[in-house]
Ligand binder design. Structure first.
Ligand code: NAP
Ligand code: GFB
Length: 324
């Protein structure tokens, strides 16, 4: 991205990942990740327009005339929300993605970076999973609506590139957590959901109950680390094919490890238990970050326990106003 005026539109700018990108743009002083002269960053919320609706989506592009787009806006949620609303996840995200990509083409946006997820990979697969395996078989039953909607972004990117020469690419983050997450007790992802549950258990002297067996394995990326990688992808990554943005295979942890880290960060003194009547979801989705490491061999991820501590501290400080 040259120094001339760039208008970078971040759809979903008020969410977990969007707020992390805003934080990095405003606070990182490095040339690689911080805001650069001539850049205007626009962080959208759904109040700026419902991206499921073509007229509202077009009005946003007409108003801002972006040169670049980081496309985050989506219906998002954890395992239990995905199991309940499979059609909504599919249809809402298809509508949003079609509008954002089509108006990016119509308004001649120079580059779009959209967002897939490591949970959309085939359920029956070899490990570690890499970027070439996105379409190699059906996703896990628990979130097939969300997964197919996300997979289509990769198909759309390739079709826009082949037919119109559009520079549309995507990233594949693993599970993300950090400040400004959604802390809903039922619909959130595991880390914010357990943070909220553990906080209430400590506050009310009630049991802290973790869903499932605690055995499934996950890789977690701190939102502020992911934000830096998004900015790098926008500025320097030149492929149409997606790139996995994740910590390494060796950093994979169990859900019990997550619960233990949250108990430590919340300073919960009681015992906690597992409600094995609740689903475990995918047992594992171990992803390789080899492609990313070839591009950024020196990138340093925030240590998991430190990131959990910062996230829990943010939640406690913002309990009254955060999404829950
Ligand atoms: P989030 O916190 O739920 O934020 C979603 C954002 O999308 C919000 O800014 C929301 O606006 C906006 N949005 C939702 N529906 C919209 C609509 N119809 N029109 C306009 N804006 C709409 O989500 P997130 O965790 O930051 O996720 C961002 C991206 O990362 C998503 O594409 C998600 O699929 C992907 N991802 C997330 C994870 C994860 O673990 N969180 C993992 C992999 C990939 P409001 O604030 O106004 O509602
Ligand atoms: O983050 P999560 O909901 O989604 O994690 P996935 C689910 C795992 O955490 C399961 C356990 O093994 C759950 O049994 N768990 C324990 C809990 N307690 C809780 C809790 O209170 N809340 C939640 N949510 N889980 C998602 C996909 O899969 O990954 C989404 O369904 C999305 O589409 C996301 O892409 C990144 O990692 O299982």
């Amino acid at each position: 991205m040259s120094g001339e005026e760039s208008v970078i539109l971040v759809t979903g700018g008020s969410g977990l990942v969007g707020k992390a990108i805003e934080w990095v743009v405003e606070n990182d002083k490095s040339e690689r990740f911080g805001k650069r002269p001539g850049e205007k960053w626009v962080f959208l919320t759904s109040k700026d327009g419902d991206l499921r609706k073509p007229d509202e989506a077009k009005a946003i592009f007409e108003k801002y005339k972006p040169t670049h787009v980081i496309h985050l806006a989506a219906m998002v949620g954890g395992l239990f929300k995905n199991m309940k609303y499979k059609l909504d996840f599919l249809r809402e995200n298809l509508l949003i993605n079609d509008n954002v990509l089509e108006f990016s083409k119509q308004y001649e946006v120079k580059k779009v970076v959209s967002c897939l997820s490591t949970c959309i990979f085939p359920d029956k697969t070899s490990y570690p999973i890499d970027e070439t395996m996105v379409h190699n078989g059906p996703p896990h039953e628990s979130n097939f609506g969300y997964a197919h909607g996300k997979r289509l972004i990769d198909i759309q990117n390739r079709a826009y590139h082949e037919q119109y020469g559009c520079n549309f690419t995507s990233v594949i983050p693993t599970n993300v957590f950090g400040p400004h997450d959604n802390y809903s007790l039922e619909d959130s992802h595991v880390l914010p959901g357990l943070t909220h549950k553990c906080y209430l258990a400590k506050k009310n002297g009630t049991p802290f109950v973790v869903g499932g067996t605690g055995k499934p394995l996950r890789q977690f990326i701190y939102s502020r680390d992911l934000a830096k990688l998004f900015i790098w992808t926008l500025r320097e990554y030149q492929e149409i094919d997606p790139i996995i943005l994740s910590v390494g295979e060796k950093d994979e942890v169990s859900i019990k490890d997550v619960a233990d880290a949250i108990v430590k960060a919340v300073d919960f003194q009681g015992e906690y238990s597992f409600d094995t009547s609740r689903a475990d979801g995918q047992y594992k989705k171990t992803a390789s970050n080899e492609k990313l490491m070839k591009y950024l061999p020196d990138f340093e991820f925030t240590p998991f326990d430190q990131a959990v501590k910062e996230s829990v501290e943010w939640f406690v400080e913002n309990y009254e106003t955060c999404r829950k």
